[in-house]
Write a protein that binds this ligand. Structure first.
Ligand code: UDP
Length: 333
């Protein structure tokens, strides 16, 4: 199958010639999802044109396009002549137009720009977008890209954007209640939020900035638990934040690291079996926190659940089936 994979191009650092790659150098939810899906599609024998991520590492079966403007992306797709186009940019990098059968994975909140042939990453996200029957395909993980460790350090981890909607303060409050340090890694674009976090949890939080490569993999593998206490308010685009897919959950589980999550958005759908789900807004006492930590599933159990539910080969097969539906002319919303 020939697949044109379109992601939104984002600049990396100050040099205008550098773009966030697939997989990303550091933070990058969509880029990790696409890298992992590509792993599965390539194993299934697909040929891929990757658009929106110039400079991505080249691997067999993949052509990395230099195009970043929508018009150039359009031209590059036409020249590739794919069986299917898979848009991950919410139509930003690929406005609707004649490029043949197209499916579109929604990575954000709210109603997607392109509703035809949409794919959602959780039921909560799909419901919020007003669709009842479009396919839900979970975010994939490739276990071979992660380190599995049963022996854990005495710390908790927050990995992601250091923002109110990601619940970093709530993670710090949990860590303080249970008496463990919280390592916070990720970009902190809202400086006031980070400053307040460090001022309010001086003995609990250590902020290490954005991480990538083996530092990232080891951090995930060594943590006692990954904190994903996503909050329904303070989202990046205003309005209510419904955690759409939470890449960090499958990454942690594949590393043998259980997850402590809130019940926001997709999390109650995916976390049971790989961690614990706590209600948003509930004050956590030291006793509660200690009990949650003590009753988390084992490293082996969460790894097995991650591979079984979200392995890249399984998820790629689900995508290939949806591609076939689009290629046969089916249109769904
Ligand atoms: N991430 C990373 N380095 C960092 C912070 C985050 O590689 O310093 C990765 C993280 O592992 C995950 C992604 O960025 O793959 C964030 O995706 P998620 O779906 O959790 O959050 P969102 O895309 O909603 O911000």
């Amino acid at each position: 199958m020939k697949v044109a994979m379109v992601i939104p191009p984002y600049r990396y650092g100050a040099d205008p010639r550098h773009w966030i790659t697939v997989p990303p150098q550091g933070y990058g939810g969509i880029q990790w999802v696409v890298a992992t899906l590509m792993d599965g599609l390539l194993e299934a024998g697909s040929e891929i044109l990757l658009l929106g991520a110039p400079g991505s590492p080249v691997q067999g079966g993949v052509t990395v396009s230099a195009a970043v403007e929508a018009a150039d992306i359009h031209v590059a797709i036409k020249a590739f002549d794919p069986d299917v186009v898979h848009d991950h940019s919410n139509a930003a990098a690929l406005p609707p137009g004649e490029v043949g059968p197209t499916v579109s994975t929604h990575h954000l909140n709210g109603v997607p720009e392109r509703q035809a042939n949409g794919i959602y990453v959780s039921r909560a996200q799909r419901t919020a977008a007003g669709s009842a029957s479009a396919p839900v395909i979970r975010l994939p993980v490739n276990p071979s890209r992660y380190h599995f460790r049963e022996a854990k350090d005495d710390n908790l981890l927050f990995l992601g954007r250091v923002s109110a909607h990601k619940g970093v303060r709530e993670a710090a409050a949990f860590a303080r209640a249970v008496g463990l340090p919280l390592t916070v890694a990720g970009p902190a674009w809202e400086k006031d939020y980070l400053d307040a976090l460090l001022a309010d949890f001086p003995h609990t939080v250590s902020y290490i900035g954005e991480v990538g490569g083996s530092v990232r993999a080891e951090l995930i593998a060594r943590a006692r638990a990954q904190m994903v206490l996503s909050q329904p308010s303070g989202g990046p685009f205003g309005g209510r934040w419904i955690e759409p897919g939470a890449t960090v959950v499958s990454e942690a589980a594949a590393s043998g690291t259980p997850v402590i999550a809130s019940d926001n958005g997709c999390l109650p759908e995916i976390v049971p079996g790989v961690g614990r789900v706590l209600p948003v807004g509930r004050e956590i006492t030291p006793r509660d926190a200690e009990r949650v930590l003590r009753t988390l599933p084992t490293a082996q159990a969460v790894r097995e659940a991650a591979v079984h539910r979200w392995g890249h080969d399984t998820i790629a097969r689900q995508y290939l089936a949806v591609y076939e539906r689009a290629i046969s002319g089916e249109v769904w919303t």
